[in-house]
Design a binder for this molecule. Sequence first.
Ligand code: 5RP
Length: 236
Amino acid sequence: MSMTNDLVVLAKQEVGKSAVARIQSNSIVGLGTGSTTAYAIQYIGERLKSGDLKNIVGVTTSFQGEVLARKYNIPLTTLDVIDHIDIAIDGADEVDPKKNLIKGGGAAHTQEKIVDSLARFLIVVIDSNKLVDKLGSTCPLPVEVIPKAVTPVMRQLEQLGGKPEIRMGLRKAGPVITDQGNLVIDVKFKEINAPKTLEVTINNIPGVLENGLFVGITDLVLVGEIINGKPIVREL
Ligand code: 5RP
């Protein structure tokens, strides 16, 4: 059953809190992107401020994450100076029963995949609306593409059975531009039966930087839902 917007916010807050409760002091933490992860970043800041959590450094996955980490006084580092990430928290647009994901609703999937796949433990935080039996059933698959290659890449995505559309900006004329200065093509597939094969096939198209299929890298999915008016978090 789908939730109203207010209840979705409550579920996102609760699931963010539950993920942050699993972070231990002295950790390098991957900070995902999106509205659910935004609550997680806020709660990391609150745990640091209260002294409950100590010696945390974050690795961001977007401009949004940098702004939020600064707002909540979370010290940041970069991939150039660390050799591991202990734990990452990130959102998703779809999650299947094998914990495979579609990400990129916020056009940040390229940096997210780098950070999430380096993490020793990846927690994905979602509300229950994101659970699907098969990837691709509710969301198009985001593909980040170098602007010059957009037309040939769209042709090849059509040959793979997808319906590609360039993502357009809201309150901005023209396309969405990623944090790397590229375009996003959203590709609707009827259903995605072999996510790993599709992930690799799309990434092999010249001009594609990264697509939003995250296969086999999630350790734990925390699902926020509202039962009898109260937010509940369960593990998948
Ligand atoms: C950004 C993402 C987000 O994690 C995903 O879109 C989920 O966002 P939200 O928590 O706002 O629903 O992949 O690229």
